[in-house]
Design a protein around this ligand. Structure first.
Ligand code: 13P
Length: 288
């Protein structure tokens, strides 16, 4: 199946009261693990690519070509969207050219007027090229590619202003942060989420910072209009843990060279297990 744009799969998710997972990719192993798990679970999936991960993989074109070829070679039949995560203005244009099916423009750090102007321009460019577009209001806290922000609650009127520009998905800060939540985290602000929903109507909403949010809060957010949940840090944690355990158990043929395919296999399996668990929590299994 060719890449699909995120809008259709997320409108279906919103109506069906489940969420589609966006799992960030950093290399071939992660991509393969996520695609195989989505196929096994008959679940739609979104592959997220940060600007940093795009650079690491030598550029967005390499990523798009790798993902498309992998979908074909693995015989993936479930809907897959390839989405730029927290894109800059320039990064959005690069992904449109590279063949992504969806972009996120993160203008949350600009004054609202500048966020509006740039988002409006990118909505037109994305739609002309057949991509869906996500915008963000209210910076998500934590660290993403070296940019650190405190968790904010978005202003519902600003959300409406951005939603009315024709974006397909909206990420609104509701106290969520990227990375591991500190023990003092007060939880998601459902009051903000309800106000944003009331102002933005049927717009599918996006929850960033999916790592470590308790299941009951995830499911409540879905019941209130969240249709896409982003998970990145948890993939990194399980991958690192499985790799470390493999090495510490002396299974990496220390001193005799090593087989990278064997060394990376436990981490790849750990990502498969995690993605399957998340798809169960998000309710997307069997929805492809
Ligand atoms: P986590 O790293 O907290 O899972 O958040 C991922 C994310 O929101 C990517 O945009």
């Amino acid at each position: 199946m060719a890449l699909v744009w995120a809008k259709d799969m997320l409108e279906k998710a919103r109506d069906g009261k489940y969420a589609v997972g966006q799992f960030n990719i950093n290399n071939l192993e992660w991509t393969k693990s996520i695609l195989l798990t989505a196929e096994e679970c008959k679940s739609p999936v979104i592959l997220g690519v940060s600007e940093g991960a795009g650079k690491y993989m030598t550029g967005f074109k390499t990523v798009a070509d790798m993902v498309k070829a992998m979908i074909e070679c693995l015989g993936i039949t479930v809907p897959v969207a390839l989405h730029l995560d927290h894109g800059t203005y320039e990064g959005c244009y690069k992904c449109i050219d590279a063949g992504f099916s969806s972009i996120m423009f993160d203008g949350s750090h600009f004054p609202i007027d500048e966020n509006v102007a740039k988002t409006k321009e990118l909505v037109a460019a994305a739609h002309k090229a057949g991509l869906s577009i996500e915008a963000e209001v209210g910076a998500i806290g934590g660290e993403e590619d070296g940019v650190v922000a405190a968790g904010e609650c978005a202003d519902p009127d600003e959300c409406k202003m951005i939603a009315d520009l024709g974006v397909d998905l909206l990420a609104a800060g509701i106290g969520n942060i990227h990375g591991v939540y500190p023990p003092t985290w007060p939880g998601l602000s459902f009051e903000t989420l309800e106000k944003v929903k009331a102002k933005t109507g049927k717009m599918p909403l996006v929850l960033h910072g999916g790592t470590g949010i308790p299941t009951d809060q995830i499911q409540k957010a879905i019941s209130l209009g969240v249709a896409k949940i982003n998970v990145n840090t948890e993939c990194q944690i399980v991958f690192a843990k499985a790799t470390r355990e493999y090495i510490e158990a002396g299974k990496d043929q220390q001193g005799k060279g090593f087989d990278p395919r064997k060394l990376l296999a436990p981490g790849a399996q750990a990502i498969r297990d995690l993605v399957k668990e998340k798809m169960g929590i998000f309710g997307s299994i069997g929805k492809a």
